[in-house]
Design a protein around this ligand. Structure first.
Ligand code: BJW
Length: 306
């Protein structure tokens, strides 16, 4: 369990009880205790690849098979994971406070599955469960998709499997399906080979039948969805002040998300950081009136919001 200083908690509760306009900025640490890996630090490796290097348009162009295997794995573990007490507490606060807006950098769908009111949840970096055509200019196809794996070739092979033959791949896919049903497979195993997949094995756009589908997430160098940017800017630029921003389980290194902390400060917000690591502070450092609660978000957030 996490020890929280009573006076600090009380001062936070007093401020929250007087607050009407509140933001939360969520990062991967929120879902860590649901068993999902974070990006930076020890958790950020997928097999032997650094997750950050796979989350780029360049990585997808260079090796869509590799990047799709990474996202297929992420879709799988996200579907297996359950929202934790912090996801539920934030959803509950949204229902109680109409002026509460959650800005989530997470793509795992756990806030949605905790029934977070949808209008008060902005998905800054998209979601793993929307896929769209690579051709954004003409085709523009997109769909919600929870099929796991999205195509048979993306089933996760076991160690030592020969992945060069289609027959074997089909076989492996069926075996894996059975193993998954029996929850008898550790798919994070670094010894699992990464298959060399061809274009025809990967998810192809059902509308134009020409381009690949891609995960509906925001990669480095890509713009965030404009409706999301607009909603966040509208909230921040309203005339009224902002009372509070809660920064939960994020290293706050990726922009524009990290910049919202300072924008909220500029509108009067006090900052409350909930993180396992005190070094992951907002850029610009600590200010008078900030709160820092060190520990697991799934334990701390429900206590802060009770
Ligand atoms: C716990 C815990 C527990 C663990 N409890 N805590 C301004 C300045 C400089 C650069 C830029 C700038 N503006 C834009 C840029 C470029 C770039 C950027 O920010 N670069 C920086 C790295 C410097 N930004 C972009 O490219 C963005 N696009 C954009 O701005 O377009 C216009 C533009 C383009 C180019 C130039 C200028 C303008 C897009 C960013 C998209 C980020 N995408 C990713 C991948 C999404 C898909 C996927 O999931 O695969 O989003 S990258 C990755 O990082 C992912 C995350 O959402 C994001 C943030 O990571 P997060 O959530 O903070 O995770 P971690 O691992 O970093 O931290 C976890 C934290 O939890 C740690 O602090 C732990 O201690 C803590 N923790 N367990 C509580 N149990």
């Amino acid at each position: 369990d996490v020890a929280i200083d009573k006076d600090t908690l009380e001062s936070f509760h007093t401020h929250l009880s007087k607050s009407t306009r509140v933001l939360s900025l969520l990062g991967a640490g929120l879902s860590a205790s649901s068993g999902l890996p974070t990006f930076r630090g020890a958790g950020g490796l997928w097999r032997t690849h650094d997750s950050i290097n796979l989350a780029t348009p360049e990585a997808f162009d260079a090796n869509p098979g590799l990047v799709w295997q990474f996202y297929s794995y992420r879709r799988h573990i996200s579907m297996q994971a359950q929202p934790n007490a912090a996801h539920y507490a934030l959803a509950e606060l949204s229902r109680k406070m109409p002026g509460f807006l959650t800005l989530s950098q997470n793509v795992d769908g756990l806030s949605q599955r905790a029934d977070h009111p949808r209008k008060q949840l902005q998905l800054l970096h998209g979601t793993l469960f929307e896929v769209r055509c690579m051709d954004r200019a003409v085709c523009r196809y997109s769909e919600t998709n929870f099929t796991d794996p999205i195509v048979p070739a993306l089933a996760i092979p076991t160690s030592g499997t020969d992945l060069t033959s289609n027959e074997v791949r089909k076989d492996v896919s069926e075996q894996l399906h059975a193993k998954r049903q029996a929850k008898d497979l550790d798919i994070s195993d670094a010894a699992i080979p990464i298959a060399d997949l061809e274009f025809k094995d990967l998810p192809i756009c059902p509308k134009c039948q020409k381009y690949l589908l891609r995960p509906g997430v925001v990669w480095f160098g890509e713009s965030l969805p404009w409706q999301v940017l607009q909603t966040v800017e509208d909230f921040i630029n309203k005339e009224e002040t902002i009372d509070l921003i809660m920064v939960i389980g994020t290293s706050a290194k990726v922009y524009p998300a990290a910049g919202y902390i300072q924008e909220a400060r500029d509108k009067g917000a006090r900052v409350c950081v909930i993180n396992m690591d005190e070094n992951d502070r907002p850029s610009g450092g600590w200010k008078d009136g900030d709160w820092f609660f060190k520990g697991d978000a799934s334990v701390l957030v429900p206590k802060l919001l009770e």
